[in-house]
Structures are given as C-alpha cells and as structure tokens.
Design a protein around this ligand. Structure first.
Ligand code: HEM
Length: 207
C-alpha cells in the first residue's frame, strides 16, 4: 500500500535540500548569457513585486502627484517592460534548445502557463492606471469579455481590477513561477542538441 507520508517526506527532502537550491557546479553549456534570461525574467519579477507593494500601500491618489511615487510607478512600468522582454528572449532560447526534452515537459508547461497568466496580469495593471487610454481599454475589453460570457469580470470596475492586479493575479503568477523554477532546479538545465560531430565521435567510441 502507498505510504503517502513517506512519499511526501522523500519528495520534500529532495525539493527542500541545499543540494537542490545551492548547486556549486554548473554544466559548461549553461554558462552563457542565453541561459541567464530566465533569471533576468525572475529578477524583473522581484522588482515588479517590490515596486508594486510600495504603490499599493500608498494608493492611487499618490501615483501621479508625489515625486517618489512617480519614480516608483516608473520603476514598476520599466520592470514590466524588462519582464516581458526577457521572458520572450527566454522563450526563444528554450524553444531553440528544445528545453522540453529529458522529462522537462512540466517545466515547459508551467513556463507557458506563466506566460499566459502574465498577459492579463499586465492588462489589469493598465486598467487601474485610470487615464483615458486605460478607460478606453476597459470599455473595449469589457465588450470582449461579455462576448465570452464572462460578465462577472467587470473591466470597468476599478476596485475589482485593483484586487485582481494587486492580489489575485500576482499570487497566481508568483506561484506558477515558483513551481517553474523549482522544477528547473530538480530537472536542471537541458543539455544542447547533439551535433553531427558529437554523434560521429560517439559512433567511433561505441565501436
Ligand atoms: C514567468 C516567466 C519565466 C521565468 C521567471 C522563467 C524562469 C526560468 C529559469 C530561471 C530557468 C533556468 C534556466 C535559464 O535561466 O535559462 C528556466 C528554465 C526553463 N524554462 Fe522558464 N521562465 C519563464 C517562462 C518560461 C516560458 C514562457 C517557457 C516556455 C513555454 C519556459 C520554459 C522553460 C524550460 C523548459 C526550462 C528548463 C530547461 C532549460 O533551462 O533548458 N519558461 N526558466
């Protein structure tokens, strides 16, 4: 019979171990800039969360008037640009290195989900900005959402969008990113595709 406690104990032991989170050696192929793009995405996300907390704590009426809050809002805005920029480059890297190989399917799936969740997270941010552009987006988007039969999602309700953008979406996105990075640590980074040269060398040594 399956012993759930024992299974959980073993799994947690691996997941929480220092060996998993503090590796002291890294494969040679993973030392280039291309392999830093995921970490740069994650770092931008940390800046996003920190600047977002400061913005939420001070409230919308300070965002355009107080100098320090305008700086924080600009930091939040540029962190979003960096987040999407690095995420797209990371997506290209993982695509062209076939990073779903070797049992990394779930890592890939969680990355894709993070990407899909990041889009409405950013969109709800635009909606609580409150300027004419964001009001236009809210009204147009509301038509689209209504057409999908999701009437309870009210893009023109600033309080609902505030809750979505400040609490619900970041928690979901943060959890997906945390799971994605945990799987990366457990499965490690994918080795490059074998080249023709490496295959022919392998052929020689196999003989
Ligand atoms: C929220 C955005 C994301 C963050 C913060 C993130 C973070 C990371 C990090 C730190 C790594 C370790 C290796 C590296 O940095 O290159 C990684 C690897 C990986 N990522 Fe992402 N990622 C994100 C989005 C995505 C997306 C959109 C996909 C694909 C649909 C994806 C698929 C993968 C796969 C398959 C790996 C493991 C294999 C490998 O690194 O070669 N990730 N990710």
């Amino acid at each position: 019979m399956t012993n759930w406690t024992l299974t959980a104990k073993k799994r947690l032991g691996t997941i929480l171990s220092a060996e998993t989170w503090l590796p002291t050696e890294m494969p040679e192929y993973a030392q280039g800039f291309m392999y830093m793009l995921g970490s740069l995405t994650a770092s931008s996300f940390v800046v996003l969360i920190l600047s977002g907390i400061v913005l939420a704590m001070n409230g919308p009426e300070t965002w355009a008037t107080n100098g320090l809050m305008r700086f924080t809002a600009a930091t939040h805005f540029w962190a979003v640009q960096a987040f999407f920029f690095f995420m797209m480059l990371h997506l290209w890297r993982v695509f062209f290195t076939g990073a779903w190989r070797g049992g990394r399917g779930k890592t890939w799936l969680l990355g894709a989900i993070a990407f899909l969740v990041a889009i409405p997270t950013a969109f709800t941010g635009f909606l609580i900005n409150g300027d004419l552009y964001s009001q236009w987006n809210a009204v147009q988007g509301k038509d689209g959402i209504n057409a999908m039969g999701l009437g309870w999602v009210n893009l023109t309700n600033a309080s609902q969008m505030f809750g979505m953008h400040v609490v619900v979406m970041p928690l979901v996105l943060g959890a997906v990113i945390a799971l994605h990075i945990t799987l990366v640590r457990l499965k490690s980074v994918v080795p490059p595709y074998p080249t023709a040269a490496s295959q022919s060398t392998k052929g020689v040594s196999d003989q």
